[in-house]
Write a protein that binds this ligand. Structure first.
Ligand code: TYM
Length: 334
């Protein structure tokens, strides 16, 4: 069975873009692939985090995975820092990565801004940790939104380079980027993607937003000039609203356009809000349904299973590099 791996950072608020671009596809794909879904808290600390809030958000995100339909009987759900092999492989891959490759990453350039000197090295090395996540599990397919595509390309480059230099070690993964929902745009600035780190709270629909907040944010959403309600790349704001509506109602683009023919922007906004509220309500109920004990049991089981797979890859990698793993103190217990 082929394998998928994906993850999200437990920072900020998880929003509709994360769901439509990624989580939704994880749920769909988990029956066809052996699946691992990780809460990537080591990525989160590449920017300063409040420790208590990070711990809380890590658990909240695990609940969201489950509530979205990730089935822990089928898929492996776990927290990145519970499987130390991620960090170990990241160090090794750092040694085969060029600084210039990392400096080229658009996400690094965006996050680092102009003042590069004061930026943490973790932010630069972030994509190496992401490559490690993926390569540790000999992943075939990585379901992600558009914004992670460049990181996946780097992952492929690193796998190919390592395989060339040290022999066939890693499977070279492909990205799975959905046709619809790969880049959900900010409601308040459709030139930007919907983002967890956006200072403007009105740009994102968070998965835990209540009905009033959802209605208010859609009502204030920026629209394009004109009146037509059609999917049209040159009119990103309206296309964004239509895409959200289309995915949440499960209709085709043609059905959606026919539905809104002759209607105005106010009706569009109000119907997208209704569809979103109808989607979020049961999701939020399910989130609240997972108790701490159950969550701990699922995450502990997940990390155990993940570690087993990860260790096999890492042992192979270490052997190829001449790093003898047989002296590890806990080796005998494994
Ligand atoms: P993160 O936490 O920023 O986002 C989680 C997933 O949501 C997608 N996404 C979006 N999709 C559509 N429209 C948007 N506006 C939008 N914003 C975010 C992201 O593409 C992502 O799939 N580096 C990753 C986490 C990560 C990872 C990995 C992913 C770490 N290791 C290994 C896959 C495989 C990140 O920061 O995602």
């Amino acid at each position: 069975m082929k394998r998928i791996f994906s993850g999200a950072q437990p920072t900020g608020n998880i929003h509709l873009g994360n769901y439509l671009g990624a989580l939704r596809n994880w749920v769909e794909l988990q029956r066809e692939y052996e699946s691992l879904f990780c809460i990537v808290n080591l990525h989160a600390i590449t920017l300063p985090q409040d420790p208590q809030a990070l711990a809380q958000k890590t658990r909240d995100l695990a609940r969201l995975y489950l509530a979205s339909g990730i089935d822990p009987q089928v898929s492996i759900i776990y927290v990145q820092s519970d499987v130390s092999e991620h960090a170990e492989l990241a160090w090794i891959l750092n040694c085969v990565t060029r600084i210039s490759e990392l400096e080229r990453m658009t996400q690094f350039k965006d996050k680092a801004g102009k003042q590069r000197e004061g930026v943490g090295a973790g932010l630069l090395n972030y994509p190496v940790l992401m490559a490690s996540d993926i390569l540790l599990f000999q992943t075939d397919l990585v379901p992600i939104g558009q914004d992670q595509k460049q990181h996946l390309e780097l992952t492929r480059d690193l796998a190919l380079r390592f395989n060339r230099d040290y022999g066939e070690t890693f499977r070279v993964p492909d990205a799975f980027i959905p046709q619809a929902g790969a880049k959900v745009l900010s409601l308040s600035d459709p030139a930007k993607k919907m983002s967890k780190s956006d200072a403007d709270a009105n740009g994102s629909i968070n998965l835990m937003d209540d009905a009033d907040a959802v209605r208010r944010k859609f009502k204030r959403a920026v629209t394009d000039s004109g009146t037509a309600i059609t999917f049209d790349e040159t009119r990103p704001a309206i296309t964004n609203l239509l895409t959200i509506y289309q995915i949440l109602t499960g209709q085709t683009t043609l059905e959606v356009e026919q539905h809104f023919a002759g209607k105005g922007y106010a009706a569009l906004k109000s119907e997208v809000a209704d569809a979103t509220i109808d989607f979020l309500r049961p999701l939020q109920e399910r989130v609240r349904g997972y108790g701490d004990e159950e969550l701990d049991r699922i995450l502990a089981g997940g990390s155990e299973r993940a570690r087993h797979i990860a260790r096999a890859t890492l042992d192979d990698v270490m052997q190829r590099l001449g790093l003898d793993g047989t002296r590890r103190p806990n080796r005998a217990r494994e």
